[in-house]
Design a protein around this ligand. Structure first.
Ligand SMILES: O=C(O)CCC(=O)N[C@@H](CCC(=O)O)C(=O)O
Ligand code: ZN
Length: 345
């Protein structure tokens, strides 16, 4: 039963409805020679019989936040197409459907925001006490095993999300802090091909999934925000067509190499990471203020007992404001325009 459901491409629905059936599925090969491995529910990797050179080792994750449905629908469709033989890969791909229980609830998370639990944060403090912490560890392990199982080549990880608020720049990506590595122009070109022409350059380590792959595995890793959160089935999929097409070409075409000039993408650097320290943390702008709304220097953006947070520059813009996060977590980013001085091709 499991194998016939998989042959029909129903990996995500089996993962969500009968995850126990996947525990016993041994690696198998599709009629077109693609090897398939399912280490756990929601985790599936593919290896084509003939790999293009230079090789790409592509991780596509979605549903790290369970209510961010459009990326889940995109990845579900790609996995279906590979399993049914409709899409022939020429690069290895690992698909990760992050938080399956939160998807069932239609919630961002069940107990804890999984995208604050990577780079080992899952095992800090109280340790592996809930499903999200154990899942973050399993996802890290899946990424490690996938990259370790590949030959030389380029390691990629696009962690696909949608944002809670509307955004002046509908699609944007977070480029994790690179330490001494340089930003990649070809990666900005790929993001632009996905319709993502706004990129935030992070300037400090985080416990997000994309930072984990970027720092631990030297992958080109990104958090990619493709639009606004909607319930399953209510996304206007035409708004995701460019991203779906670019991702499809990335995994199935050897010579897919979008080009861009540095000035064709709008870059911001993160200026302030504002964490919530007190229960009375409040934002000083309306709940429906879109991401990338900018303020004059000195404007009060947020406050809590003992602290006020103000824009430091004219044109400083807000991203991901959320006063309802847990104590200690990020409640707001502010960003200012920037340019790349140096980059890798
Ligand atoms: O819209 C929001 O407030 C959150 C959308 C979201 O889930 N964003 C990611 C960004 C991760 C990063 O900074 O790389 C998150 O908050 O986890
Ligand atoms: Zn998200």
């Amino acid at each position: 039963m499991t194998i016939s459901a998989l042959a029909r491409g129903e990996f995500l629905s089996v993962s969500r409805l009968q995850p126990e059936l996947l525990a016993s599925v041994a690696p198998f090969t599709l009629p077109n020679g693609t090897s398939v491995s399912i280490p756990a529910a929601g985790i599936i990797s593919f290896e084509p019989p003939v790999q293009a050179s230079p090789a790409r080792h592509v991780v596509l994750s979605c549903g790290v936040h369970g209510n961010e449905t459009a990326p889940i629908e995109i990845c579900d469709e790609l996995v279906k197409r590979v399993l049914t033989g409709d899409l022939l890969l020429c690069h290895r791909v690992l698909f990760l459907f992050g938080n399956l229980p939160a998807m069932d609830l239609g919630e961002r998370f069940v107990e804890e925001n999984m995208n604050r639990l990577f780079s080992g944060a899952h095992s800090m403090g109280p340790g592996l006490v809930n499903e999200e912490r154990r899942r973050a560890r399993a996802l890290e392990q899946a990424v490690s095993d996938f990259y370790a199982g590949g030959s030389d080549g380029v390691r990629l990880h696009y962690d696909l999300h949608t944002a809670i608020r509307a955004s002046k720049n509908e699609k944007f990506a977070v480029y994790p802090y690179l330490h001494e590595r340089r930003h990649s122009l070809s990666q900005l070109a790929f993001l632009a091909e996905c319709g993502v022409r706004t990129v935030l350059l992070s300037e400090s380590p985080t416990t997000t999934f994309s930072y984990y792959s970027s720092y631990q595995h030297q992958a080109h890793g990104f958090t990619v925000e493709l639009g606004k959160v909607q319930p399953f089935g209510q996304n206007d999929m035409s708004r995701f067509e460019a991203a779906k097409m670019a991702l499809t070409r990335l995994v199935s075409e050897a010579d897919f190499a979008p080009r861009i000039k540095p000035d064709e993408v709008e870059l911001f650097r993160v200026n302030q990471v504002i964490n919530k320290h007190q229960e009375d943390f409040v934002l000083h702008f309306a709940d429906d203020t879109p991401n990338f709304t900018d303020f004059a220097a000195g404007t009060l953006l947020a406050s809590e007992s003992g602290a006020q947070y103000r824009a430091e520059y004219n044109g400083e813009a807000i991203v991901f404001p959320n006063a309802r996060v847990a104590i200690g977590q990020r409640a707001l980013l502010t960003v200012v325009p920037t340019q790349l001085e140096e980059w890798d091709v």
